[in-house]
Design a protein around this ligand. Structure first.
Ligand SMILES: Nc1ncnc2c1ncn2[C@@H]1O[C@H](COP(=O)(O)OP(=O)(O)OP(=O)(O)O)[C@@H](O)[C@H]1O
Length: 265
């Protein structure tokens, strides 16, 4: 690649969403939504209940197919592609409601995140067969780094089902990170957490973004956390973009204030 081409690639957004419209029968969940996320950026989406935040996530990772518009990720048009293909391109996500394997240990759940990077099946791996064992061992140091980042060392060999909710949310982030994403989608990572837990979560997210240089797209109801962490914020309501920009500008935007005051959030 020439120096010019490299410079262009660095300036091209990592994710571009253009005019995305998603309807469920008579309900328009997303109405011509456009935004972009830059490489290495921490970008947040806020909005009252039903604004369309989860719908965006589901369009991005291929669970929903928008009727209109296009989504480009890292140079690939991904609208219409299957979730697994999109994950392979480097987009990992967590879920509002935990999506972990509760009968597996923390380490096994994190290892599962690396499954698409491995050649042997997970179950062969779990049973410790020849090649699979070597592969698991090769991936183990990276998993340990991730476990350390999220301060999960004490829980490494514990079954997820037995862990407190706040710790399970951290395991979810760890598993998504294990996929080595260039974009990490976090769906309400601090939901249901107490103040201390959500402050810890904010610290992990900042570290993932600043130290590990991974772009983060965050949906979160905790506005204090969003305003504190995000470089840019997109506010939406009724499936439409109300404002995009620096946190202070979005917070001062009249339409945004009205949307929040209107719902009492
Ligand atoms: N599978 C579905 N079928 C029908 N309507 C849906 C579906 N998913 C979302 N909607 C509707 O689309 C709109 C946007 O919902 P969405 O869940 O994306 O909002 P949200 O901002 O994520 O809300 P919350 O903060 O409560 O999670 C709502 O009116 C919702 O009822």
């Amino acid at each position: 690649m020439t120096a010019e081409a490299l410079r262009d690639a660095a300036h091209t957004p990592l994710l571009t969403v253009e005019g995305v419209t998603l309807r469920f029968g008579g309900v328009t969940a997303l109405n011509g939504v456009s935004f972009d996320v830059r490489r290495g950026e921490l970008f947040a989406i806020i909005g009252p209940n039903g604004a369309g935040k989860s719908s965006i996530f589901n369009c991005l990772n291929g669970v929903y197919r928008p009727q209109e518009g296009s989504i480009t990720f890292d140079g690939h048009v991904i609208s219409g592609r299957r979730p697994v293909a999109i994950a392979r391109l480097g987009m990992a996500r967590t879920f509002q409601n935990l999506g972990l394997f509760s009968t597996l240990t923390v380490l096994e759940n994190v290892m599962l995140g690396r499954h698409h990077l491995m050649h042997t099946g997970f179950f062969a791996g779990a049973l410790w067969f020849g090649k699979a064992r070597q592969e698991e061992l090769a991936h183990r140091p990276r998993c340990e780094e991730i476990i350390e980042l999220l301060e999960l060392e004490p829980y490494r060999f514990q079954h997820v089902a037995l862990l407190p909710y706040g710790v399970r949310k951290r395991v979810e982030v760890a598993r998504a990170l294990a996929m080595e994403p260039s974009l990490l989608l976090l769906d309400e990572p601090a939901a249901g957490m107490n103040l201390e837990e959500s402050e810890d979560m904010a610290r992990y997210i900042r570290e993932i973004n600043e130290e590990w240089k991974i772009a983060v797209l965050l949906v979160e109801h905790d506005l204090r956390m969003v305003m504190d962490l995000a470089q840019r914020v997109l506010a939406m309501d009724f499936g439409k973009v109300l404002a995009v920009g620096a946190p202070a500008d979005v917070r001062a935007n009249e339409d945004v204030v009205r949307a929040y005051v209107g719902t009492g959030e």
